[in-house]
Design a protein around this ligand. Structure first.
Ligand code: SF4
Length: 437
């Protein structure tokens, strides 16, 4: 197994209670000094992290230049529709009609758009709603309550989305990039680097396709109270990619999700969660957008000593900077921030780290944040495996006792590699995609 992470990284000031000799002294909660021997350092398993000229894990912020996806109506803001209608030589209201079909009936089939004149209908629809996603495969688990989709984009790039039914809501985990340039050592998606940014319409098409699939009877084919087919109610940007590294297209997609029909999907912005590993300038920009999305920071470690290795972008923006930006998000939007924290056995699940996290959150105020510890999927023999249940409980107890609302998050889709950090295109997927026209 190749290993890239240094065994003895520089010891940060706030990590002073944690000797790098492997012993972790517990002093914070109980006042009793005890010694815990295990401190597992992050290392890749079975793959080599790409390094930059400075010897650090390579970070790719810019999308490699590839052919652009076909221009789609959903790439445009509604204010731009008039100009597009003029280009196409049709009245502006025709675009509204087409948009209504796509955003509310989830169809791009001209034969179903009988309110459009038959003459020129096929050409108009082809120009506005070119196909963006081809379904390569679909995997179901959780007794049909979770479905993972593998999609092929126009240039052959592969991305995934995961649809999950929960009591009272249907959540879609969407991808925002093909691959990812953030190079996190635990993450299947990041291994191959960033293939390219997805367009706004490609991001939105994942939701439209999911709604179409639900309407056709998937997820048990239930109906809403008013008899209409159920649809996706919640979006989480936790699929492939770092959404804030694809900022303009992310925002176009988010605004369209939240826009009422026919200009968008009519979803509640509050039900859209944008998650990041901590691109601080983009977090600040997001806070100024006046779109009240839920913001989630994937922190996974409260100390730079560990987070530098666990989340390579921490070399750019440190834990305190990311937390300051998260706090600013709360101040500007009034929306409580979520801190995501994957609990990894003997790596980041120590009691003193729960205390340090609580300390750092509390020193920025009360009532602004919520912590979601996520037990990693059990992987026998791997350094990336789930914390013991009693360790999870102790982690939660310490945070809760310090006044931090904390809820262990459900990790759906374990059986189909659809949980966070697991979305990856395999050789088998590539073969299936090659067989898809
Ligand atoms: S964990 Fe997220 S940010 Fe890190 S490489 Fe994977 S997809 Fe990218």
């Amino acid at each position: 197994m190749p290993t890239d992470a240094p065994e003895t990284p520089a010891r940060p000031a706030e990590d002073a209670a944690t000797p790098r000799d492997g012993a972790v002294r517990e002093t914070r909660a109980s006042g009793i000094r005890s010694t815990k021997p295990r401190q597992v350092r992050p290392k890749t398993e079975g793959w080599q992290q790409q390094k930059g000229p400075d010897g650090r894990p390579l970070l790719q912020f810019a999308s490699p230049k590839r052919g652009k996806p076909p221009a789609h109506l959903a790439d445009l803001a509604a204010e731009e529709w008039k100009a597009r209608a003029e280009e196409l030589g049709v009245p502006a209201f025709r675009l509204k009609q087409v948009a209504r079909h796509w955003f509310t009936r989830w169809t791009s089939d001209p034969a179903e758009m009988t309110d459009l004149p038959a003459a020129g209908r096929d050409e108009l629809v082809a120009g506005l709603l070119p196909p963006l996603l081809t379904e390569v495969r679909r995997l179901e688990t959780d007794r049909g309550d979770t479905i993972k989709f593998l999609w092929k984009l126009h240039d052959g790039a592969l991305v995934e989305s995961v649809l999950m039914r929960y009591p009272g809501r249907i959540t879609l985990c969407v991808s925002s990039q093909a691959g990812c340039g953030m190079n996190c050592p635990f993450c299947a998606t990041g291994q191959a680097g960033l293939t390219r940014n997805m367009s706004a319409a490609e991001i939105l098409a994942q939701v439209v396709e999911a709604n179409r699939v639900i309407a056709s009877g998937a997820l048990h084919g239930k109906r809403a109270d008013d008899g209409t087919p159920e649809r996706v109610s919640n979006i989480v940007f936790m699929g492939m990619g770092e959404p804030l590294a694809n900022y303009a297209r992310l925002m176009r997609a988010v605004r369209t999700m939240a826009a009422p029909a026919p200009e968008g999907l009519g979803m509640s912005a509050r039900n859209i969660t944008v998650s990041t590993v901590g691109l601080v300038p983009a977090i600040r920009k997001l806070a100024d957008e006046h779109v009240p999305v839920t913001f989630a920071l994937s922190l996974h470690a409260p100390d730079d000593g560990l987070r530098d290795e666990l989340i390579p972008v921490n070399s750019r923006w440190k834990v305190d900077e990311a937390l300051d930006a998260a706090r600013e998000y709360f101040e500007k939007t009034g929306r409580r921030v979520s801190i995501e924290y994957a609990l990894i056995k003997d790596m980041n699940d120590h009691g003193w780290r729960a205390d340090l996290l609580a300390e750092k959150l509390n020193e920025r105020g009360r009532g602004w944040v919520h912590v979601n510890p996520i037990p990693l999927n059990p992987t026998p023999g791997s350094i990336w495996t789930a914390s013991e249940v009693d360790v999870q409980q102790e982690f939660v107890r310490r945070l809760t006792e310090a006044g931090i609302p904390t809820t262990i998050r459900d990790t759906r889709g374990k059986e189909i590699d659809g949980a966070c950090g697991q979305l990856v295109v395999t050789e088998e997927d590539e073969r299936a995609a090659a067989a898809t026209r």
